[in-house]
Write a protein that binds this ligand. Structure first.
Ligand code: GDP
Ligand code: MG
Length: 431
């Protein structure tokens, strides 16, 4: 599935010791393969590849992020961009017109939407304006009966526009009216003509296009045609539970200049999910809530807190270490944060995370007994100085030693980070 191949690509990135140009190239190739085989449009895949490459190589590393996290964040943001923004709607009285080919899931989704608005406390009703497919009205009526929602239709009537008009009159006490329409087997002129007329009469607040996730590339033509006819302002992708090809339908949204409103992920009336691009991509990549992490990291680690540039030039003092620890502390329970970041977290030795708050208090007290020179250059601290610092701070010599050991560990981690940065610079020069 798309999710599996994306996860594999990200795992491969996580396993790399150095993230250089070659690693970014390889990642982009893996992403391309994954997206193309799930039927995302070639042009969109190429745009995404270009953006990821140039951003990964050109953008400055955000403070507090290593190269790996930086690349991960870009991949994530570009994928979110690919599936587009969520289409908005409000929970007010309104009319919604459903469009889409036969079998796409319009009637089922009309029932699901009735359920959705009903749960939000609105009075809902449906109109079955599909008189093309035999039994279409009965199918909608059955769904509506199940949830006790009024449903208007007339299987004998040949004129879908008349059904819509009569339905509006019959459902005048209803707050949200959803009109199910006919689909046909292929895009035909009389289908487009009919839905255009219904649209003119109904003057709906929303015109939502229902697309089967399994359609792949063909989804684009449909989206384009329906959009030209009635102006689609939201897309519902159905059957996301049953296919690896969802990419085509998802990216067809770009034809409509709208966004995805809902995702259908099952056959029951409850299987409808409000689309959320961030959550969707996070799940696709198998990474918990990445958006929360990215925001958290950005707000916790402000540039003024840590002089990253000085550290990258090779200067890393005890005070720097302390500030780093403080910044990390602000990110909240550390283990939780790291569990949200399976890739970046791997670099941090787990013993560095234990009892951090208590440890920091102790570190602060010990550091207060050091001279400015010692804080600036901890390599000055020999055994006799250690004894002096321990006495002055009421700590044991072992505790002072632990602080120095901790400092050295951080310094080593930072060296790896610096190595990546150098690889990064080298790679930029090659461009
Ligand atoms: P319409 O011709 O556009 O009205 O399509 P229908 O609503 O009749 O749906 C066609 C078939 O797709 C039916 O068998 C539905 O049960 C099925 N279906 C619709 N939405 C979903 C979905 O989200 N998941 C799955 N698995 N099946 C769906
Ligand atoms: Mg139908």
């Amino acid at each position: 599935t798309l999710s599996n191949s994306l996860k594999d690509a990200m795992k491969k990135l996580a396993g790399k010791t150095v993230i250089d140009r070659a690693a970014v190239d390889e990642l982009v190739r893996d992403l391309q393969r994954a997206l193309l085989s799930s039927d995302v449009n070639v042009k969109l895949v190429m745009q995404l590849s270009q953006s990821i490459k140039s951003r990964a190589l050109d953008e400055d590393l955000p403070p507090g992020m290593n190269v790996r996290e930086h690349v991960l964040r870009i991949v994530y943001q570009e994928l979110v961009k690919l599936v587009g923004k969520e289409a908005e709607f409000s929970l007010r009285p309104q009319k919604i017109l459903m469009a889409g080919l036969q079998g796409s899931g319009k009637t089922t989704t009309t029932g699901k939407l009735c359920r959705y608005f009903q749960r939000k406390g609105l009075k809902v009703g449906a109109i079955g304006a599909d008189n093309f497919r035999p039994g279409a009205y009965a199918q909608l009526e059955t769904l509506c009966k199940k949830i006790n929602v009024p449903c208007y239709g007339d299987p004998q009537e040949k004129d879908a526009v008349k059904i819509t008009r009569d339905g509006l009159a019959a459902l005048k006490d209803v707050e949200v009216v959803i009109v199910d329409t006919a689909g046909r087997h292929a895009l035909e002129d009389d289908l487009i003509e009919e839905i255009t007329q219904i649209n003119d009469l109904l003057k709906p607040d929303h015109r939502w296009l229902v697309i089967d996730a399994a359609l792949g590339q063909a989804a684009r033509d449909q989206a384009k045609r329906f959009h030209e006819a009635i102006g689609i302002d939201g897309v519902i992708v159905t059957k996301m539970d049953g296919t690896a090809k969802g990419g085509g339908a998802m990216s067809a949204v770009s034809e409509t200049e709208s966004g995805i409103v809902f995702i259908g992920n099952g056959e029951t009336i409850e299987d409808l999910e409000r689309f959320d691009a961030n959550g969707f991509i996070s799940r696709l990549l198998g990474m918990g809530d990445l958006k929360a992490l990215v925001e958290k990291a950005e707000e916790a680690i402000k540039p003024e807190d840590v002089d990253v540039n000085a550290m990258l030039r090779g200067k890393f003092t005890l005070n720097d270490m302390y500030k780093q620890l403080e910044a990390v502390q602000k990110m909240g329970p550390l283990k939780q944060v790291l569990s949200m970041l399976p890739l970046g977290g791997m670099n941090v030795p787990s013993e560095a995370l234990d009892g951090t708050a208590d440890r920091m208090k102790k570190f602060r007290i010990i550091m207060d007994s050091m001279t400015p020179q010692e804080l600036d250059d901890p390599s000055l601290i020999n055994t006799s100085r250690m004894t002096r610092v321990a006495k002055g701070s009421g700590a044991t010599v072992d505790e002072v030693r632990e602080l120095i050991k901790y400092y050295k560990m951080m310094q080593k981690t930072l060296k790896g980070f610096r190595g990546n940065r150098m690889a990064m610079n080298k790679m930029m020069k090659q461009m």
